[in-house]
Design a protein around this ligand. Structure first.
Ligand code: ATP
Length: 277
């Protein structure tokens, strides 16, 4: 018997609340890409509830639609059918109101701008006053441990430091929601461990809601309050698992039975849907 408090099957894929406020609500959502080769069914009948303060990981095989779902939440793709609300509004309004910050796999920092100037960019675009920009930059560069590197250019920093700068850039607009697409996928294991712990600390400190795309079962277990297991294309939600582990986790947790039991629960959900052999 696995030590998982609660699992919810795809039919009722609902994530239980900690605060009660719905941050993302997805109902019967499907998305078909029209291509030269014919239609590509990327997402099929997705139902999902994410509440304020949750840390939700999407995990599934390559091409199952994790990024597409993230992009629908961010209003970068349009659903073909179904409904989606982000903090009670349309994804478009959520985007226009700068409700979310987006962190990509590659840091995407502009090489001709310093770290400070890179962090300023989204605030410049939204016309925020210079004094406020500086306050936000100081606050979040300190939070990610880069306060002494604000004058450096991206190419003068390591990959992990660049990714921390991109997280600071996303946080500078003070979004309710952090959308992260495999942000640590390109990092070595030691740096990734460090970044995972840093992210947990930042999440605790800022109380943001986080949606996190990953290929790593261990990373999903280490970070998440909820794990959304997806099937191969067309992407469906196979299972939503609420983690029985504490919200404040340490790397030492990886040696404990509860960690392995949860990892095994995820692995089984993936395998049962032929996502992995
Ligand atoms: N703009 C697009 N036009 C056509 N097909 C697309 C487009 N974007 C994504 N797809 C297809 O939709 C499916 C889902 O892609 P998506 O990138 O969301 O998967 P993923 O789970 O994030 O994959 P990975 O883990 O490899 O990053 C794939 O088959 C992909 O080829």
């Amino acid at each position: 018997m696995l030590a998982v408090k609660q699992t919810v099957d795809s039919e009722e894929a609902a994530i239980q609340s900690h605060t009660g406020r719905s941050m993302i609500s997805v109902k019967d959502l499907s998305l078909v890409f029209e291509t030269n080769d014919g239609p590509v069914n990327a997402l099929s009948n997705i139902n999902l509830q994410v509440n304020e303060g949750d840390f939700v990981s999407f995990i599934g095989p390559s091409g199952c639609g994790k990024t597409t779902l993230l992009r629908v939440i961010a209003d970068l793709e349009q659903a073909t059918a179904g409904e989606i609300k982000v903090d009670g509004t349309s994804p478009k309004d959520a985007r226009l109101n700068r409700l979310y910050g987006y962190v990509f796999q590659a840091p995407g920092l502009l090489p001709w701008r310093t770290i400070s100037q890179n962090c300023a960019l989204p605030m410049e675009i939204s016309g925020q006053p210079g004094e406020h920009q500086q306050k936000q930059i100081d606050k979040y560069l300190k939070m990610v441990g880069l306060q002494d590197f604000h004058k450096k250019f991206p190419w003068q920093l390591s990959g992990g430091m660049q990714q921390r700068a991109s997280i600071a850039r996303a946080l500078c607009i003070n979004p309710e929601l952090l959308l992260m697409d495999e942000p640590f996928g390109a990092l070595d294991e030691i740096t990734r461990d460090h970044m995972n712990m840093e992210l947990l600390r930042i999440w605790q400190e800022t109380k943001k809601t986080v949606i996190f795309v990953t290929h790593s079962i261990a990373e999903a277990v280490l970070l998440s309050t909820h794990i959304v297991v997806m099937s191969p294309r067309p992407g469906r939600i196979v299972k939503v698992i609420e983690s029985p582990l504490p919200r404040l986790k340490t790397l030492a947790l990886r040696d404990q039975a509860a960690f392995h039991e949860l990892a095994s629960e995820i692995r089984n959900a993936l395998a049962n849907d032929h996502a992995i052999d």
